[in-house]
Design a protein around this ligand. Structure first.
Ligand code: ADP
Ligand code: ADP
Ligand code: ZN
Ligand code: ZN
Length: 751
């Protein structure tokens, strides 16, 4: 291999998904940005080819023994990939982890802060783990380090006016004749027909709070030793003393109505033992510092001038600075990670890598600009540069022109989506892209137009004196019957205002968000949009058989995979792996069902069509209408049978948008609907929003995208900054006026 070639990751003959046997070179230790319309094949190159191969190579480093436990990663469909280094994917998957995972723990800043208190705190307490709420030595003994105390909501758990036989205990597991109910009955200790309100105090104590004890019971004629426990005692041990967030979603949902919460009465939410909380530096204890916004915390840390702590102070300040640099200065270290948005989660992960010492890594980012106001995009760019300058290769999939500008190298994939994409239409510099005449290149040059003829509101939806999170007691009128865009820098309070405050007053609003839409593993775009029902009927009448035959959960479905087309193999401690079904070969139906045709195609053929192909194939009015709606939101390339679980957040949001019936008089709320959309697709999205408004609805959109902001009827700009320096409305009005508003940062970017 020549010297020069080692400067590039070289990919030859890539054919994953829609890729047309493409070859390309990605310069190492540079920033390469992949652009192109949604569905053109960016992810197929970056994730399904490059990242997949890196994972596979990594697994080959394990011993044969370990490898037998790992899923088999097949080689991506490509002739060769050379010079690949280890790939790290920094995505927008939310950081879960229950209430013990905070910003501080996930960024590894908390351990350093604890070290600081063990060195410089007064009075001296001892070792660093005395300050950890995850360590028995440091945690508040009352709440186990959770900071909140949960308790059973007795008014919901019990109906005192009923007897046990009438179902007085309303907790899950205790329904009459249910397992736990039977245990109470079997214990023989209680009067089953007496109302709970007639129980003596002792009887109630015994029923509700008795400690676990072994009792011999008679089950089907056999004497058996069974543990019995008071009803509330048992529920508390099972769902409250343990972190319920670690249980299944179904269990969480089932028990949630019976649990109420308040701050822990001992530590008042600080999570730590009293000894740890008495220890202070410059008057602050560790809980004070953890609840301070990072922007302020960094100043407090820099003021510590204890020589014994100097190295710790330095490393702490360095890491906090990374958080400031990436625009997360409005967050606090004690913020639980599962309350962070997708964009915030991604930026937190990024900080973790910046502080790490890995070099010659290939970092892969998926649309890192999500959630960032144009003002903050340059901060993201600086961080990407820093990663590169440490000697790493940075690969980014991105639609935001301000990020694209930063690339050392651009790969434009297209020209269109799905089968009409899959080629590299341009490789080279940003300047070259502007001249190249590709869709991306020409959209980059297009000027912004501010909307002139803004619609007049039909009324107002008032928000009064909102003060949740950082909102500064604000009142704002949201106009009805128009398109309102709520914008502002990250952390200014947009989601708090709309998703938390507004939606709590308007529970009838229709929220079109990015959460996944899968109802079952068999759901796909055809079932979700209702197209499948019409298709089944068409197949049935063409072949004079029952429509049920063509359903995934009927006797027509392949029995081996139950109509899934794939079989999941559980590997115990790892994610389960998915293999194509051997019986139907992924066709999902029995052979006899596949023999029925509609205009020459089997039901499996139809499910393999993408929206665009299906539009050519079908003439049925209802089907065409639904397909057209998907096409309008830029989902031409999605296949009808693609499992919904494989769709990205942005695609989920758009498929929901496409399946909305255009009702009149509804309120629609959307959070960053341009996510995953190429500039050329944003026009379609705007058309749909406008159609919703024209049909008599109110549309409220949280957005940073300037094309969308400039086309609003009404703009609400939050700011001026993030966190405690935000939470105000800095501008309300039409686009033509925002450019004149002194205080509006958004206005400056629209000029
Ligand atoms: P982009 O990242 O540019 O939005 P993708 O690489 O995700 O595009 O998709 C390119 C094409 O490959 C699309 O037609 C898409 O539907 C198809 N595709 C992507 N992932 C899969 C998959 N897992 N199975 C089948 N088709 C897929
Ligand atoms: P935006 O949507 O403009 O990015 P947010 O409404 O998410 O802003 O955040 C506004 C402020 O409220 C920030 O300081 C943020 O840290 C805080 N915040 C948001 N959600 C929560 C939460 N669940 N718990 C505590 N603070 C929160
Ligand atoms: Zn406590
Ligand atoms: Zn099968």
């Amino acid at each position: 291999m020549s010297e020069m070639n080692q400067e590039y990751i070289v990919i030859s003959g890539a054919r994953e998904n829609n890729l047309k046997n493409v070859s390309l070179r990605i310069p190492k230790r540079k920033i390469t940005i992949f652009t192109g319309v949604s569905g053109s094949g960016k992810s197929s190159i970056v994730f399904d080819t490059i990242a997949a191969e890196s994972t596979r190579l990594l697994n080959e480093n394990f011993s044969m023994f370990v490898r037998t436990f790992l899923p088999k990663y097949p080689q991506p469909d490509t002739d060769s990939i050379e010079n690949l280094s280890m790939a790290v994917i920094v995505d927008q998957k939310r950081l879960g982890g229950g209430s013990h995972s905070t910003m501080g723990t996930i960024t590894d800043i908390s351990p350093i802060l604890r070290l600081l208190f063990s060195r410089a705190g007064q009075p001296y307490v001892g070792q660093a783990n005395m300050f950890s709420f995850n360590d028995p030595a440091g945690m508040c003994p009352e709440c186990g380090g959770i900071g909140r105390r949960l308790a059973v909501d007795m008014s919901k758990a019990l109906d005192m006016s009923k007897s046990l036989n009438e179902g007085a205990i309303q907790l899950p597991d205790y329904s009459v004749n249910g397992w736990d109910w039977n245990m109470i009955v079997q214990s023989g200790d209680f009067d089953l027909d007496k109302k709970l309100s007639d129980y003596s105090e002792e009887e109630l104590e015994q029923l509700l709070y008795a400690k676990a004890r072994k009792v011999q019971m008679d089950f089907a004629g056999k004497a058996t030793n069974i543990t019995v426990e008071g009803v509330i005692e048992k529920f508390t041990n099972k769902y409250i003393k343990q972190d319920v967030k670690l249980k299944s979603e179904r269990t969480q949902k089932a028990v949630a109505p019976y649990i109420t919460e308040g701050p822990c009465s001992s530590c008042h939410g600080a999570r730590l033992s009293q000894a740890a909380l008495r220890c202070r530096i410059n008057g602050h204890n560790i809980a004070d510092l953890s609840s301070m916004e990072v922007g302020q915390l960094i100043r407090v840390i820099r003021e510590i001038d204890d020589p014994a702590a100097a190295p710790v102070v330095k490393s702490l300040a360095e890491r906090l600075q990374h958080l400031v640099d990436i625009g997360l200065d409005y967050l606090t270290l004690d913020r639980e990670t599962d309350t962070l948005s997708g964009g915030e989660s991604q930026r937190v992960k990024m900080v973790k890598h910046l502080s790490g010492s890995l070099v010659d890594v290939t970092y892969i980012f998926d649309e890192p600009s999500v959630g960032l106001h144009p003002r903050d995009v340059h901060r993201l760019n600086e961080l990407l540069r820093k990663l590169r300058d440490k000697g790493n290769t940075v690969i980014v999939v991105e639609h935001d022109p301000d990020v694209i500008k930063l690339a050392d190298h651009i790969v434009d994939v297209g020209p269109h989506a799905g089968s009409r994409g899959g080629n590299i239409v341009y490789e080279g510099s940003f300047q070259g892209l502007l001249e190249a005449g590709t869709l991306t290149g020409s959209y980059m040059k297009r000027p912004l137009h501010l909307k002139h003829d803004c619609r007049q509101p039909s009324g107002y939806l008032p928000i009064k004196e909102a003060s949740l999170h950082n909102l500064q007691n604000i009142s704002v009128d949201i106009p009805a019957g128009v398109l309102t865009v709520v914008t502002g820098v990250a952390g200014s309070g947009k989601s708090t205002l709309i998703n938390d405050v507004f939606l709590s007053q308007h529970p009838d609003a229709i929220v079109i968000d990015q959460s996944s839409v899968g109802v079952s593993t068999r759901s796909n775009p055809a079932t979700y949009t209702g197209i499948m029902d019409d298709v089944r009927k068409a197949f049935a009448s063409a072949n004079k058989v029952s429509p049920g035959l063509f359903s995934f959960n009927s006797k027509g479905a392949c029995e081996n995979c139950q109509g899934l087309g794939v079989v999941y193999t559980d590997l115990g401690f790892l994610d389960s792996i998915k293999l194509p079904c051997e019986v139907c070969g992924g066709n999902r139906f029995k052979e006899e069902v596949l023999a029925y045709h509609l205009n020459g195609k089997s039901i499996a053929d139809v499910l393999e069509m993408n929206v665009e192909q299906a539009l050519d194939f079908f003439q049925l009015k209802e089907v065409v209408r639904k397909l057209q709606a998907m096409s309008n939101v830029g989902l031409n390339y999605i296949t009808l049978g693609q499992p919904l679980s494989t769709l990205s957040g942005g695609e989920c949001q758009r498929i929901k948008l496409a399946s909305e019936l255009y009702k009149k008089g509804s309120i629609y709320v959307m959070d960053e609907p341009t996510t995953g959309l190429h500039m050329s697709d944003i026009g379609h999205l705007l058309e749909i929003m406008n159609r919703l408004v024209d049909a008599g609805n109110t549309v409220i959109v949280i957005e940073h995208n300037l094309d969308v902001i400039s086309q609003a009827d009404w703009i609400i700009d939050m700011g001026p900054d993030g966190g405690s320096r935000g939470g105000q409305v800095v501008f309300e009005g039409p686009p033509q006026q925002i450019v004149q508003a002194e205080l509006s940062i958004t206005g400056k970017y629209l000029k």
